[in-house]
Structure formats: C-alpha cells, structure tokens
Write a new protein. Structure first.
Lengths: 516, 67
C-alpha cells in the first residue's frame, strides 16, 4: 500500500508540476494583450500546483515504477486534480476583477466573468476544458479576458494530447482499440514502443496539424485570434469557442466546411495518422476504425440531412446539408462546435426529437480509440456488432467447428474474442447505465416541464461523451448545483472511459477504510 | 556552425519527426502565424499560408508515392 501511495504521489507531483509549467507559459498572454490585471492571478495559479507538485515529487522521488494499476489511479486522480487546480485562473482572475488589483487598472466586471467567482463554476469550466468536453459556465465567451479565452483553449489542447497518450500508451488493453492498434500484426510499422517517444511523436503530429488548421481557418476568413483558438479546440475535439454563438457567429459556409476536416483529424487514431504521414495512405481504408469514421459519419450526416430537410426545420437542401453535416460531424467527433443556433437558423434544442436523437447516437458512438474523441469509441461498437453476429452464427455450426472472429485484420481465437467482446460490452453497459442515471437525476432537479426528455438525454450524453453540444440546459444559472456536480462526474468518467475512475474510487473507498 | 546547432532548431530536430521536411514545417509554423499576427491579411500572408498547407499536403502525397 505504501509503495502504491509513493508511486501515485510521485506521478501526481509530476502532473501538477507540468500544470504549473503550462500556466507559467501562459503568462505571455496577459503581457501580449496588455491584460496586466490578470498577471498576478495567473502567476499565483501557476505557483500553487507547481509548489504542491514539487513537494510531492521530492517526497516520493524514489518510488517504484508504475504498473497498469498505478497507471489507472494516476490517470483518474491526475485528471481530477488537474481539473481542480486548473480552475484557479478562472477563480482568481474573476476575483481580481471584482476586488481590483492594487496599482493596476482593472476592466469593468461582466456577469460572464462574475460567474467564475463561484468555485464550482470555475472547476466546471476547467474540468470541461481538460476533458475536452466544451460545455461552459459562460453566457458570452466574447467578453472574457483574452487570458481566460486562451486558458480555456490551451486546457482543451493539452487535454487532447493527454488523452491520446493515455489511450495509446498508458491504458492500452484488449478491447480498448488502442492496444490492438498498437500491436496489430496488420501494421507495417508500430508507433514507437516507449511511452516517451510515443508522447514525442504525438506532440509533433498534433503541433503540425494545429499549424495547418490555424492557417486553413484563417484562409477561410476567420480572424487570426479566432483561427488560433478554434483550430486548437477543433483539433482537440474540445469545442470551446471564443465567440458567443460558437462557430455560428461567423455565419460562413466556407468556415463550416473547413472545420469539418479539422474535427475529423482529431477523431482518427493518432497511430494511424503517424502511418499516413509516413506515406502509408492505405490506412484511410485499410484501418477498420478510420474506414468507419468516414462511413458512419457519411451515413449519419445523410440521415440527419434527410430529417432536417424532408421533415424538419430547413427549407433548402443546402441549408439542411450545411447544418446537418456540420452538427453530425461535430457530435460524432465529440467536438461540440455549434452552427445550429437561433441567431442564424434553428437552435439544436428546437430541432425535431428524432433529429436530436440522431445527434445523441453520434455522441454515444464517438470517434476512433486512440484519438481525442469521446463516446464509447468506434472499435467497441464494431466489436460488439461483430461479436453478436459471431455468437448468433455459432448456432448454425457443429460444436466441433473451430471459428475465429476477425476484427481489423486480426483473427481472434475463442478466448481472445470472448475477452475483447466482454470488455467492449462492459464499457457500453456502464456507459449506458451512467447515462440513464444522469438523465433521471437531471429530470429530478430541473424545473418540471421546462425541458423535454430528448433535451435532457442530449445534455447528459453530451457531457459524458465529452462533446459539449448543448440543448440549452448547461449554464451558470440554468443548471442547478446538483446538475453541475453530476456533470463534473460525467465529464470525468467519460474522458477516462469509466473503468479507471471506478478502479480509483474502489481503491480509495476500500483501502481508505470506508468499507471492507 | 550547422543549422541543427541552433538551440531551438536542435530541440525540434531532436524531439520532432526525424524528418527534415516535417521538422522544418514545425519550425516555420509559428513564424508564419506570427507574421500573420503582425502583418495582418494581405496577398503576401495569404500566399504564405497557402504555401505552408500546400507543402504539407504535397509532401505527404509524395511520401505515399515513394512508398
């Protein structure tokens, strides 16, 4: 037990140090934008995690190397702590503006910024950022200080890299898709075997895509500050925006269509990106998940287009295509950018229920494992479908028949197939269970009759799938405190694919002596 | 003095893609964005941005042809 505490403590210390480092780097933003009132708050926000992290690291420096069990605990508790300490810039800058900073001119307060004087709202925003969700406690992002706009964006970008590293290098296990991508015999080359070199590889791919996305969005007509922020949050499939109406603010079909490939890049497994960048373009169709990223997003968008044009709120085929395609891809990649708002067309929350449920399905499935997308992940959905078909077909074969389940070019024997099918089934059952519990809870705490069941299901699926699309429920005033706490939990378990959080909670409750 | 002896360049070359073209795009990317921030939108900056994307796409395709 002591060994485990030391290992976990040491690694948590490094994570907090890294968070402090990210905040120190961000000190350039208030200087560049002349927001000097934000500087002391941001500096204090950096020094707190840096100091605690340094203490933890020094205390447990000699701890043993982590195993998979430690990896799960560190991932779950690390993400939670980063969410909590990452809230400090929101909290401290909001209070700096309210109370004033001696010797420095502070701008007039806004209700948007004032919402962050409540620590729960600040933690919500931070957790939403680091989990790549994009649900927000702001009612108008445009009036936020540039420093906070940047911190929201940066948290999603870093969280995006974090989750790729987590799934491809740390938590990879049978059925999660990432291990199969990592070890597949069908691969001509493996992504680098050590975690350190894997992290480096992911960083340069992510950075390269970010620069290309920034320039593409800018060429499409977006101002450069918007292009920087939206490229980072789009690629990280996070979905935070710096504008009041998300992407709808620009009301530009060109920008909408340029953002679609940016979001798709984020939802393809990064080991596959690595192979594609080496020139192995066959992976666009040879890799099962990548093939299905395009296949199911194409089919889903077509279905949504049909709902929105033939039976829904849009009068022209192009309008239905523009908003249907964008919103389906935004949901399925778990980005959460929104173009369907009342200011320019018809808000998502006012779409017909069947159209909203189509978007819920997209959020539920999500993108590829090993990408920044959320949801149950394509590989699990495909494993379940293939596994069920395999089990049913089994009835028609003699008992002595030796059958193998083929997934992504790998031929699994009975034991392997059973293990991967079981793992996928467990995640899906847990995912649906928490979705149902969250929906019941929200129905209980929301004002009766204000939101439909489709609205509530949509919002919970959005939080748990780390999507960030909103039917209008999430907000500093509209979402009750219990709802905010529940959404914090949904975002957290959704990002970590549930099991690491349950392992951590079991460890805390059992070893902490709460039950035996 | 060689190019990869310069501090930031050497860091990118060490921790980057092990590929001179991708490494160069990684180094040039922030400079192009910085130029756009400073100079604003003009024919020159738009051509620069378009060239960056074109080099990136063309290089990946050329890798595929070589493969």
């Amino acid at each position: 037990m002591n060994g485990a505490v030391a290992t976990v403590g040491r690694d948590l210390g490094r994570i907090l140090e890294a968070l402090g480092g990210l905040l120190l780097v961000s000190l350039a933003v208030p200087v560049v934008w002349g927001e000097y009132f934000a500087f002391p708050a941001l500096l204090a926000s950096a020094l707190v995690p840096l100091g605690i992290g340094r203490l933890l690291y020094r205390r447990y420096r000699g701890a043993e190397s982590p195993g998979r069990f430690h990896g799960m605990i560190v991932a779950a508790s690390g993400w939670f702590l980063v969410g909590v300490f990452g809230s400090l810039p929101f909290l401290l800058i909001a209070w700096s503006v309210r109370l004033g900073v001696p010797g420095i001119t502070t701008p007039a307060g806004t209700s948007t910024l004032a919402a962050f004087t409540d620590p729960l709202n600040a933690v919500f925003e931070s957790m939403s950022g680091f989990t790549g969700t994009g649900l927000t406690m702001t009612d108008n992002e445009e009036v936020l200080p540039r420093t906070l706009q940047w911190w929201r964006t940066f948290s999603e970008w870093v969280g995006g890299v974090g989750v790729i590293v987590l799934t491809t290098a740390i938590l990879s296990r049978p059925g999660s898709g990432s291990l199969t991508l990592y070890e597949s015999e069908a691969r001509s080359k493996k992504i680098h075997p050590s975690i350190v070199s894997t992290v480096r590889t992911i960083w340069w791919i992510f950075a390269l895509f970010t620069f290309a996305s920034i320039l593409a969005l800018w060429l499409a007509g977006m101002p450069i500050w918007g292009a920087i922020n939206h490229a980072m949050t789009g690629l990280a499939t996070g979905g935070f925006s710096i504008t009041d109406n998300s992407i709808a603010t620009y009301d530009s079909a060109v920008i909408d269509f340029v953002l679609i490939p940016v979001m798709l890049l984020g939802s393809i497994a990064f080991p596959v990106h690595y192979l594609i960048l080496q020139g192995d373009l066959r992976n666009f169709y040879a890799d099962l998940q990548t093939r299905w990223v395009f296949g199911y997003m194409g089919l889903g968008s077509a279905l949504l287009w049909a709902f929105l044009y033939y039976a829904g709120p849009y009068a022209t085929p192009f309008a239905a295509l523009r908003y249907g395609l964008f919103q389906f891809v935004s949901a399925a990649t778990c980005t959460g950018f929104q173009t369907a708002v009342d200011a320019t067309n018809v808000a998502l929350g006012r779409w017909p229920s069947y159209a909203q449920l189509t978007v819920v399905f997209a959020m539920f499935v999500g993108g590829a494992a090993g990408s920044t997308a959320g949801g149950i992940k394509l590989i699990r959905g495909l494993t379940l479908v293939k596994g069920i078909r395999h089990q049913i077909a089994d009835v028609f074969y003699p008992e002595s028949a030796v059958r193998r389940l083929e997934i992504n070019g790998r031929r699994l024997n009975e034991e392997e197939a059973s293990r991967e099918f079981m793992e996928a089934a467990i995640i899906v059952v847990l995912w649906i269970s928490f979705l149902v519990i969250g929906t019941f809870l929200l129905l209980l705490v929301l004002p009766a009759g204000e939101y439909s069941l489709a609205n509530v299901l949509f919002e919970v699926a959005s939080a748990q799938g780390n999507v960030g699309l909103s039917a209008g429920i999430t907000g500093p005033e509209s979402l009750p405190t219990i709802g905010k706490v529940a959404f914090l939990f949904h975002m957290w378990i959704g990002r970590l694919e549930i099991i690491p959080v349950l392992v951590m909670l079991r460890t805390v409750f059992k070893r902490g002596g709460l039950y035996r | 003095m060689r190019v990869d002896d310069i501090p930031i360049v050497s860091t990118v070359f060490d921790a980057g893609a092990d590929d001179r073209v991708f490494d160069s795009l990684l180094l040039v990317g922030p400079l192009v964005v910085g130029l756009i921030v400073v100079l604003g939108r003009s024919l020159f900056t738009e051509a620069l941005a378009a060239a960056y994307i074109a080099v990136f796409v063309a290089y990946v395709l050329s890798q595929a042809v070589r493969e």
